[in-house]
Every structure is written in C-alpha cells, then in structure tokens.
Design a protein around this ligand. Structure first.
Ligand SMILES: Nc1ncnc2c1ncn2[C@@H]1O[C@H](COP(=O)(O)OP(=O)(O)OP(=O)(O)O)[C@@H](O)[C@H]1O
Ligand code: SF4
Ligand SMILES: [Mg+2]
Length: 338
C-alpha cells in the first residue's frame, strides 16, 4: 500500500458500455444490449491502488478496455489530469497511451511466443521512439528486466523458457517501459500459484513506491486485492455497489453482496474459521442483457423487500454509514475476524 495524495489522476463519471446483441447472418438485427458497464463513477488518486472486485462477467475487463481506449464508450466521461480522454486524437492520443498501461491475466497468451523477451519488452519503444532512441533500447530493456527481478542476460530468451511468475514479470516490464502514471492490472495473478501470487503482488507494491504509480487492480475475490488496495470498488452486473477504503470494505461492509464476498475470504486460523458463518449466494448471476428491475442483486439477496424491486438504490452514503453503498437496507457489519 502506498501513501496517497488526494488529487484525482483519473475521474470516471457515469461510464456506460453496452454491446449490441445481434441476430441473423445476412440481415443483422440488434435484439438487445449486453449492459457490461452500466453507469460507473469513481476517482483514482495519484499514487493509490483502487481494487475492483466482482464475479465473472460483472464488467471489470470491459471497464479496463474502455479506460485504455481500446473500446469506445456508449456514454459517460473519463478525465485524465482533468482532460477528456475520449476527445483525444493524433499526438494527444499517443501521449495518453504512454501514460496508461495494462497488465493482463494470462502472461502466456498475452506474450507473443515467437518474439524474444527483449523484443516484447522493447516493443513499445518502436512506437514511442522518443522514449528510447534506437541505440539505447537494449540497455533500457535490460534495465527493465532488472527492475522486475529478471536476469538481464536472458534478454534473448523466448517466453516458453520462463515460468508463469517470470512471464508475468515480463508483462509488467513491458507495461513499465514507457514510464506510465497509471497501470491497470486486469487479474494479473489469477492464473498463478498462491506462493507466486504473493511475489508478484510484492513486486507491484515495490514498483508503485519506486515509480509513484497509480493502480486499478482488478480481481475476482476480495482476498487478493486487500494488501495492495487503498480503496476497493465492488462491482455487480455492470455497477459499483460499494466503494470504500480498505478498512471500510473489509471491516465495515454495508452491502449484502460485499458481505457475501467477504464471508468467502479464507481465514488462516482454524479455530476462527470453524466459528464463521459463510453466506452462500443462491441462484445464478442474472443476464446483463436483462438485469432485474430495481436493485440488480435482489434475485440473490436475503434482505430483499418490495422496494428493492421497485427502486434502484443509488450509490450513496446512507444514514449512520460512513462510505457509499447501493442498498436500501445497507447496514455496516464486521465480518472478518481480527
Ligand atoms: N466484445 C463483446 N461483445 C459482446 N459482449 C461482451 C463483449 N465483451 C464482454 N462482453 C460481455 O460483457 C459482460 C462483461 O464482461 P467482462 O469481460 O467485462 O467481465 P469480467 O468482469 O471481466 O469477467 P471475468 O471475471 O470473467 O474476466 C459479459 O456478459 C460479457 O459476455
Ligand atoms: S437494495 Fe435490497 S435487494 Fe439490493 S442489496 Fe439491498 S437489500 Fe438486497
Ligand atoms: Mg475479465
């Protein structure tokens, strides 16, 4: 975890990304929309890590793709240092692309197997020649390999000659090459063994301190992001349902969905584990094409009442609460032991 400033580096406002659902082969008709991201707002502050957590399909990667300008938004605004990112073209867009980088989940499929590590890590310099003139590239790449804990002498090796954890380090070195301000980590450790996960998380923490990076850190479950995150946003079916500091989310969660996710966080002490109550969510996640009326979580929520089907709860700080949650019956609870 880092010491954070209060200045927002990235401001996301009512961001929406819908994908059309099309039928027909020759005459394509749009019969509906996947509401992958459906009105998401948050700030990312300089030097902080914002964890983004939610089940598969809730829109985390789509959010990342839109922030990276890889997918156009359906609606909403994103500002980087106060400037609208979607309006940027030409050299302004190129400059933006330097500043926001991504690290993906599966280091094997995200690295080209036919390129050497040196070519992979140095590839961004081909486009952004101003960062490293040709004569300096090899030295810069070796420096990057060293920074992420790889042997600089392995610059001519291929991805298959590295372990899973080492491949993820290659992906991180590549993301660092252009000295970005923001790195979006889309489940960077989910495919790795638990012991290797900790090493990669520690590396990301060290790099954040060294280079003053801001992270958006995406994960399926709350345990992975805890130690790196300053704040956490919990997503369900395209929306943020709760947003708070590490302490607010892990010790005072107010939304039933967050509480259910917390009840699944592993606890090392067996005596404590035995006394814990696990909240098991019943039913499947509803389709993002046709989300439930009112609160989207109501079909799986044990606290649901009539109002939950009628009125969509806003993400706001409720009476007696301390941080925003989107629930008509929000109630802060301490669920994790310790
Ligand atoms: N290009 C696309 N076209 C149509 N639907 C899409 C597209 N990309 C994503 N979706 C849909 O949008 C929803 C959100 O997907 P997304 O990949 O963002 O979820 P996620 O939270 O990253 O899930 P996971 O944890 O499995 O990675 C899903 O229903 C998915 O099927
Ligand atoms: S608004 Fe209702 S259905 Fe939604 S989380 Fe709160 S209690 Fe459950
Ligand atoms: Mg994803």
């Amino acid at each position: 975890m880092s010491s954070t400033g209060t200045e927002p580096i990235l401001q996301v406002q009512d961001l929406v990304k819908h994908f059309p659902v099309q039928l027909g082969v020759v005459f394509k008709r749009t019969v509906g929309h996947v509401r992958a991201v459906d009105g998401v707002s948050f700030d990312l502050r300089r030097g902080e890590t914002l964890g983004v957590v939610g089940e598969s399909g809730c829109g985390k990667s789509t959010l990342a793709q839109v922030l990276m300008r890889l997918e156009p938004p359906t609606a909403g605004a994103v500002r980087f240092h106060g400037e609208d990112i979607f309006g940027k073209r030409g050299k302004d867009l190129k400059a933006l692309r330097r500043q926001i980088q991504i690290v993906l989940q599966d280091p094997y499929t995200s690295l080209n197997p036919r390129m050497t590590v040196g070519d992979i890590v140095g590839e961004p310099f081909e486009i952004h020649t101003e960062v490293a003139p040709k004569g300096e590239r090899r030295r810069k790449v070796q420096e990057l390999l060293d920074v992420v804990g790889l042997n600089p002498e392995h610059i001519n090796r291929y991805p298959h000659q590295f372990s899973g954890g080492q491949r993820q380090r290659i992906g991180i070195a590549r993301a660092l090459a252009l000295r970005p301000e923001v790195i979006i980590c889309d489940e960077p450790v989910s495919a790795l063994d638990v012991s290797i996960q900790a090493q990669v998380m520690n590396l990301l923490g060290d790099l954040q301190t060294e280079f003053g990076l801001s992270y958006i850190f995406i994960a399926h479950d709350l345990s992975v992001v805890r130690h790196l995150s300053d704040r956490v946003a919990v997503m369900y079916l395209g929306k943020i349902v709760e947003l708070g500091t590490e302490d607010e989310i892990y010790n005072r969660a107010a939304h039933p969905y967050t509480q259910a996710l917390l009840s699944a966080v592993p606890v090392p002490d067996p005596s404590v584990r035995a006394g814990r109550q696990r909240i098991r969510l019943t039913g499947d996640v509803p389709s993002p094409v046709n989300p439930p009326s009112g609160c989207r979580f109501r079909t799986r929520c044990w606290k649901a009442t009539e109002i939950c089907a009628e009125e969509e709860p806003a993400l706001e700080v409720r009476q007696g609460g301390h941080h925003p949650s989107a629930c008509h019956h929000a109630e802060e609870q301490h669920l994790l032991p310790g």
